[in-house]
Design a protein around this ligand. Structure first.
Ligand SMILES: Nc1nc2c(ncn2[C@@H]2O[C@H](COP(=O)(O)OP(=O)(O)OP(=O)(O)O)[C@@H](O)[C@H]2O)c(=O)[nH]1
Length: 241
């Protein structure tokens, strides 16, 4: 018999279903989508993340085998499958598998209703098409609602990181962030500008150095009030100089 690969075969019986199949079955039963940029934390049971990491490692080892890389004798790639699995699940795509960060909120006791801008917040994401990095910056403008709570400043960056740490496309990522913030702070107005470099256009593909994608989302007062929108954009531009 010729052994093609040292990786054990990934065929399973019904009793021995891989953890990814169990999680997928739960998602399907609940009618929950599990696209690349969806969070599935509620469907991952205790201990399953460790199992999932092992499963991804095994499958990654198969990918390396299919790329005809000798992971047995190449000291550089001997631990690559393990490292990549850990990087996907615990770092760059952690926003799919982890619950949202805790977000402290405070009552708006002073009834603040003035423009507030947070940024630039660093964006680290990956495109869902090639899984290449997306690196950029986000500016968030908020016109608070006098009756709604305020959230701590750092929580904008934490929520941003949670949403960006998934395979994304920039347009959807910006909308997801806007929806999440609107749900949590119910502002009178919300503005988001995201500027990012897509490495799928630098490292490969067209191999162009320059292109940056800019996405702008204006909601509520920022849509209705030209002066407010201008103020936000001017202050953001000042930050960039
Ligand atoms: N709209 C949008 N497109 C993106 C984003 N990130 C990457 N892309 C594009 O997604 C497209 C995927 O196109 P395909 O034709 O399926 O893939 P491909 O043959 O590898 O394309 P090339 O990159 O042109 O080589 C490319 O044009 C990418 O530049 C994003 O955030 N938003």
């Amino acid at each position: 018999m010729i052994v093609l690969n040292r990786i054990p075969s990934l065929t399973y019986t019904a009793d021995d279903a891989p953890v990814s199949s169990r999680i997928r079955a739960r998602l399907r039963r609940a009618g929950q989508p599990f696209r690349a940029n969806d969070n599935i934390a509620a469907f991952v049971e205790d201990g399953e993340l460790d199992e999932l990491r092992l499963e991804v490692e095994k499958r990654m080892e198969e990918v390396l085998g299919a790329l005809v890389i000798d992971t047995e004798n190449d000291h550089n790639t001997a631990g690559t499958a393990r490292r990549v699995a850990k990087m996907f699940l615990d770092e760059v795509f952690a926003g799919r598998y982890r619950d949202a960060p805790p977000v402290t909120s405070f009552p708006n006791v002073s009834q603040l209703n003035e423009l507030m801008i947070v940024g630039p917040i660093t964006v680290r994401s990956a495109c869902s098409h090639h899984l290449c990095p997306i690196m950029g910056k986000i500016w968030i403008g908020v016109l608070p609602n006098t009756d709604a709570d305020l959230i701590g400043l750092s929580k904008y960056a934490r929520l941003c990181d949670w949403i960006m740490s998934r395979p994304q496309i920039q347009e959807e990522a910006a909308i997801m962030l806007a929806d999440e913030l609107e749900r949590r702070i119910r502002p009178d107005g919300l503005a988001i500008v995201m500027e990012a470099d897509h490495f799928c256009m630098h490292w490969r593909g067209v191999k162009d150095e320059k292109p940056v994608m800019t996405t702008s989302i204006m909601r509520g007062a920022f849509l209705e009030n030209d002066a407010l929108r201008r103020e936000f954009l001017e202050l953001r531009n000042r930050d960039r100089q």
